[in-house]
Design a protein around this ligand. Sequence first.
Ligand code: KG4
Ligand code: ZN
Length: 330
Amino acid sequence: MRTVLGIESSCDETAAALVTSERVILAQRIASQDEAHRPYGGVVPEIAARAHAERIAPLIEATLADAGMTLDEVDAIAATAGPGLIGGVMVGLVTAKALAMATGKPLIAVNHLEGHALSPRLADGDLQYPYLLLLVSGGHCQILLVEGVGKFRRLATTIDDALGEAFDKSAKLLGLGYPGGPAMERLALEGDPKAVPLPRPLKGSDEPHFSFAGLKSAVMRAKQSGQYADADIAASFQQAAIDCLIDRARRALDSVGKVNALVVAGGVAANKAIRGALEALAADYELDFVAPPLDLCTDNAAMIAWAGVERFAMGQSDPLDVAARPRWPL
Ligand code: KG4
Ligand code: ZN
């Protein structure tokens, strides 16, 4: 059995976790910066980088203490090396490099998106490659064929906003504050999803991609019209987003060969209405549906440690001069 320390700092969560090759999360800690960014309605990169720098060392110490371990008992150190806000990524990666250098343990530079993409395998030991993955977060909105570690085929991406971004921007228009996704989901429960006519951009289109900018603009017009209750706008927005997602996922399933499961990951996968719709879609195609537990959907370090476990098992590690990458497509 191997144990990997994972470090995540690419956006606004500072996180550390210890995960074993037997899929056990020995300990994990997350320090959220929501409060620091809330007054600005979004993540401020400079504030994020400073907060990561202040928190990361005590957070790692506390995570090791939670598991009753010392760094010497860890087999490898994995950290997000991108994509993300570069100041934050550098804090986590440099910390990992320092720990690797001091202990002589291997360093594994993890792509944050690969962390999300492989997280369902941490949660579900039966999930085999290949699977179709919907990666839906604040920064990304992609459909990927996952064929193995480091083996991804991108079938669709967004031509403008990511789905989480659309949730966040629409929430801001309704005065719901940051982060908007969970607040929109709560408000949508009280509204009528058919009350507000909203567009379904690219639904039925021959091209495979997503588009959400037009939906967000329509939310703005609906709000400005003064004709609709906020809860009805939220419910109608969520329904339009689900219709787009399901339409695009159907297209991808029709275009791809045999897969073992339909899998969803990323922060938006925390949305129960979206999970429900995808579960029904999977049943329609007689596929298993796999979604990680909610705390593994949003940014966390267990998924980074797990990607490290999978890479380490293949004998992979990285040199200490590996670069932090603000952009790093899968
Ligand atoms: O994966 P994540 O934590 O960070 C990124 O890598 O982007 O995803 C955060 C995104 C935010 O846009 C947030 O509003 C959205 O996920 N999100 C949700 C829900 N929970 C988080 N969107 C819709 N419904 C939710 N319940
Ligand atoms: Zn993420």
